[in-house]
Ligand binder design. Structure first.
Ligand SMILES: Nc1ncnc2c1ncn2[C@@H]1O[C@H](COP(=O)(O)OP(=O)(O)OP(=O)(O)O)[C@@H](O)[C@H]1O
Length: 728
């Protein structure tokens, strides 16, 4: 039995006591989705779909590292160039220009630079996470422990700027679930719990462990705690390298410091930590071991942090005044000052000079340690990001875990559920008042049709807007988790479908339960039951359509615009405004796929069949069957409309599946650098040195020490002294 947070999933989802019918339906749906999702992970690259992980000692029968152990990884990047072209293929600008550097285990490297300087781009390139675009061209070399690698060749964690979580789960539940999904059967329940506790402790999350993560609607943990939770989730698989994109953004100084301290400690534990950061305060800067300074995509400095960059720039006459935060000094030094045309010119000249100066010595990266080749320790592409989905039984295991999460998220989301309940009650009361206790007069026929049409529209719109409002955000989380190989798409979609049934059914039932007696619709219990069944299925079909819309477009705003527009088309062809028999041939297919039309048709058949109306003239409608004839619904049955709605629901679910599968994140390929740069690279790499040399002492600055007020003026480029680091 799957355990999480001390509760049995079977109990939580409440499937056990709901009867065989639900279970059979669940199994049938599972098999269907299983058919679509195939046996393995839905997202992993093909070359990862077979074989076992490679890890040191595997050949000796050793165990794969699971938790806690960190394999040291040195990453070196050389001549990374990223350019952007326009639609015609003409290159328009460089995002990164010949950037080289190195990150070592046990050290915290900060990529610093002004906004738009290329920090995130570089971080993404190093993590192999630069989103693919036909307009981007990326070249360069990336080595891991001295070996050229392709993507995903080492265990890495990527903590992104936005922290995305399921808001209704507590910190502990979030971490436990991530551990269960990622560690699969590698640890026993007790070991896993212990590991989660140790992570909570290590990242200072013990105090908020049982607090909901929260979101914009309901306050949960603080921004800093969220960031540390992101880190904790990423640390589960014991990554060698941790990438963090602007981890302090949006945090107050205290929280920012705590997050950076966590990163520093992780570096001290043996991880290679690389983060991008805009302008840290002095105490944060003091935590960095190495820094890379970027301006407009070009390298201005790469090497040890703290005093070294200050002494490096002082040799060009840029002296950091006493008691000034070095990070601020460096930020000012490499930023363009837009206050006037003169300052723009002079600051740009200064930056160009510094870029030029560093480029002249770029073959001499001034790191303290050389890369040591770990022979016989060849990383392969089958690394940490293997999915548990390839293991036997993993599909069902993922399904139950995700079902539990989806249920917790749906059932605990009090604010959303309250709003939905209020809206259902309010609209039922309004419609019930407008169509209060309809009689059997001739005019009541039109009223009945009008009411059934607005009931169908209201139900569909409520379900659609709820789904498009939340799904794009959830999709971002799921995309990230799937990119890590945590689970396949099939179990996710099926668990979501099943978990949302009880909550999703509650609102149309509430709506029907109030409206039906108020409007005095066909007063038999079985008709009332069928009315509720029709609107409930319609609500699920509209939700499924909302999922497709959410999977189709990138943002909630776009989904909010597209979803209702699409629904309007289905409303027009919903059977009330345009008679099915009068629909132009080219539009005949629309009523067939309109969930509004099938719901309306089902509701009309349910309401009118067997009803007698008061009549005075021979041309009056006397029976409900005659009314149905006028709508061209005379021949059909409720079962037919339910089957049609079921088909529509299935269609939207399958389309969602295919879209999610197709729109999975794709990353830009790193091409080898052009031959001239490659030659340069080979020159740097060979012969490998025995011992690193400290970089050669720079010539004394040609410029006299300048006054602090003049410090950020640019010295003439030709006066820069190139300096050579030998021995790499
Ligand atoms: N896919 C892309 N298409 C077009 N432009 C891009 C793309 N990716 C990045 N850029 C541009 O490249 C530049 C560098 O972006 P990047 O996000 O790396 O900067 P940054 O230093 O991280 O900035 P910030 O500190 O503001 O986050 C920006 O001008 C950005 O607009």
């Amino acid at each position: 039995m799957v355990m999480l947070g001390g509760k049995r999933v079977g109990q939580i989802v409440g499937l056990g006591g709901k009867g065989v019918g639900q279970i059979l339906a669940a199994v049938a749906a599972a098999l269907l989705l299983r058919l679509f999702s195939g046996p393995g992970p839905a997202l992993l690259p093909e070359n990862e779909a077979d074989g076992d992980d490679d890890y040191p000692g595997k050949d000796d029968g050793g165990e794969a590292p699971v938790t806690g152990k960190v394999t040291p990884v040195t990453i070196r990047w050389t001549n990374i160039t990223c350019s952007l072209s326009d639609k015609s293929g003409k290159m328009v600008r460089f995002l990164l220009k010949n950037v080289s550097g190195e990150a070592n285990p046990g050290r915290l490297l900060a990529i610093m630079g002004p906004s738009g300087s290329g920090k995130t781009t570089l971080l993404n390139v190093l993590a192999g996470q630069l989103t693919a675009s036909p307009r981007l061209h990326l070249s360069g070399l990336l080595d891991v422990n001295g070996q050229p690698i392709s993507k995903e060749a080492f265990k890495f964690a990527y903590v992104r700027q936005e922290d995305l979580f399921f808001s209704q789960l507590t910190v502990r539940e979030t971490l436990s679930l991530a551990a269960e999904l990622q560690l699969s059967n590698k640890l026993s329940v007790d070991e896993r719990e212990e590991y989660v506790n140790s992570l909570l402790f290590r990242l200072g999350l013990v105090n908020c462990a049982d607090t909901n993560v929260g979101d914009a609607k309901v306050r949960g943990v603080s921004g800093g705690e969220k960031k540390r939770l992101s880190l904790a989730c990423e640390l589960i698989a014991s990554p060698s390298v941790i990438f963090a994109d602007e981890p302090t953004t949006g945090l107050d100084a205290f929280q920012a410091e705590r997050v950076m301290e966590t990163l520093r400690q992780l570096a001290q534990d043996g991880h290679t930590v690389i983060c991008s950061i805009h302008q840290p305060r002095g105490s944060v800067y003091a935590k960095f071991d190495d820094i890379v300074l970027l301006a407009e995509g070009a390298l201005i400095y790469a090497g040890p942090a703290r005093e070294e960059p200050l002494s490096y720039f002082s040799k060009f006459g840029y002296q950091c005044p006493d008691h000034v935060n070095p990070a601020e000094f460096l930020a000012d030094l490499i930023s363009v000052d837009y206050s006037s045309s003169e300052t723009v010119y002079s600051s740009q000249k200064r930056i160009d000079g510094l870029v030029e100066a560093f480029a002249q010595k770029t073959s001499t990266i001034i790191y303290a340690t050389p890369i040591t080749r770990r022979d016989g320790y060849m990383y392969t592409t089958k690394s940490s990001r293997r999915s548990v989905a390839t293991k036997k039984g993993a599909w069902w295991r993922q399904f139950w875990l995700l079902l539990k999460r989806a249920w917790v998220q749906a059932s605990r989301d009090g604010p959303t559920n309250k709003v939905r309940a209020r809206m259902s009650i309010a609209s039922a009361l309004i419609f019930g008042s407008v169509f209060w206790r309809m009689g059997r007069s001739q005019t009541s026929i039109q009223d009945r049709m009008g009411l059934l049409q607005v009931a169908a529209i209201n139900t569909a719109m409520a379900a659609l807007t709820k789904t498009v409002g939340v799904f794009p955000k959830e999709r971002a989380i799921v995309d990230r988790e799937r990119a890590k190989g945590s689970y396949a798409l099939g179990p996710y979609l099926l668990s979501k479908l099943l978990a949302e049934i009880p909550v999703g059914a509650a609102f149309p039932l509430l709506f029907g339960g109030i409206l039906y007696p108020m409007a005095h619709l066909h007063p038999t219990l079985s008709r009332f039951g069928k009315f509720c069944g029709i609107v409930t299925i319609e609500s699920f079909a509209a939700s499924a359509m909302g999922l497709t819309v959410g999977a189709m477009v990138p943002t909630t705003e776009a989904a909010m615009a597209l979803g209702p527009s699409l629904m309007t088309v289905f409303i027009v062809f919903g059977g009330y405004y345009v008679n099915a028999d009068n629909t132009p041939i080219i539009f005949r297919w629309i009523p067939r796929v309109s969930l509004i039309r099938w719901a309306f048709q089902g509701l009309c058949i349910n309401e009118f069949r067997g009803l007698q109306f008061d009549h005075q003239h021979s041309f009056d409608i006397q029976t409900g069957e005659q009314a149905l004839e006028r709508l061209s619904f005379g021949e059909s049955h409720i079962r037919e409309t339910l089957v049609a709605q079921g088909r529509i629901l299935l269609f939207w679910y399958c389309t969602t599946y295919l879209l999610l599968e197709r729109n999975k994140p794709k990353y830009q390929k790193l091409e080898p650098p052009p031959p001239d740069q490659l030659k340069q690279h080979q020159k740097i790499e060979s012969p490998p040195s025995e011992q690193p040399e400290p970089y050669q002492q720079l010539e004394p600055p040609l410029l006299d020490q300048i006054e602090p007020s003049q410090q950020l003026e640019s010295p003439p480029v030709d006066q820069f002294q190139p300096f050579i680091l030998e021995g790499l």
